[in-house]
Design a protein around this ligand. Sequence first.
Ligand code: HH2
Length: 292
Amino acid sequence: MRSAFPARPHRTLRARAHTLSLGERTVVMAILNCTPDSFSDGGRHEAPTRALERLEQFVDEGADWVDVGGESTRPNAPPVPWEEEWQRIAPVLEQAARGYPLPISVDTTKSEVAERALDLGASILNDVSGLRFDPRLADLAAESGAALILMHMRGNPRTMQISPEYHDVTEDVASFLERSIAQAQARGVTDEQIVIDPGIGFGKTAEHNFRLLAELPHLSRSGRPILVGASRKSFLGKSLGLEVDQRREGSLAAHVAAVLGGAHIVRAHDVRETVRAVRIADEILRAALDEA
Ligand code: HH2
């Protein structure tokens, strides 16, 4: 074996009516934040018409699914009551329910929001707390057949960046995710519904984030699908000395590295560019497999 890259396991992800084949090519998850305060696109898609235009663009740009969020989880973000979070995303989900072709995930830690989103046809629950804030999300996934993303976060958005420390960041995150998976399974979620995510930027220093990316193959002890969301995050800005609107190339580099390290899914703001970049990474992985 001469390739520098580990083989990316092929997996099936079940998400209600959708079955996604993971591993052959990278899945690009487009970000649609319907919030006034998200760190990079806050306020841009708040008005439903703007959000709907963006949904259409995502299809043209080659997105595989769309992640809709109504609460910012940036460091120090204030918590939002579920009713307000729901008001922000409901118009988008209502519109998507009228024949939008891509699967929709809802980025929420609250079962009240998730339940309503599932009623409007969402097929993936994206829980950035890894079931720590509201374990009922796992019951909803089990009952509905929705896929469930379990992400690692240290503390909560108000506390997560206060002196983050780990014994061994990759080991600690992997153990946390194993516990979240066990919790999901105990509530009836099947293996084919689960995706794990190291939570880039959620309670980590820049060094922790780079280490997690470098050690991605060690994150999934059982070859589970991995999602990585590095898009425009501050560790890139710190490294390059660039503000949030100047981090596109850094985001692409981080996502390509993640794919070569075994990520099945990347979460991105700049969809067109990300699709192009990860297709090249996919070709490199394919060449590695041919050679093996
Ligand atoms: N990152 C953010 C939000 N949700 N979900 C997953 N699974 N993985 C991530 O890395 C992730 C996530 C933060 O980014 P963004 O949505 O752009 O900002 P904000 O939380 O300020 O809305």
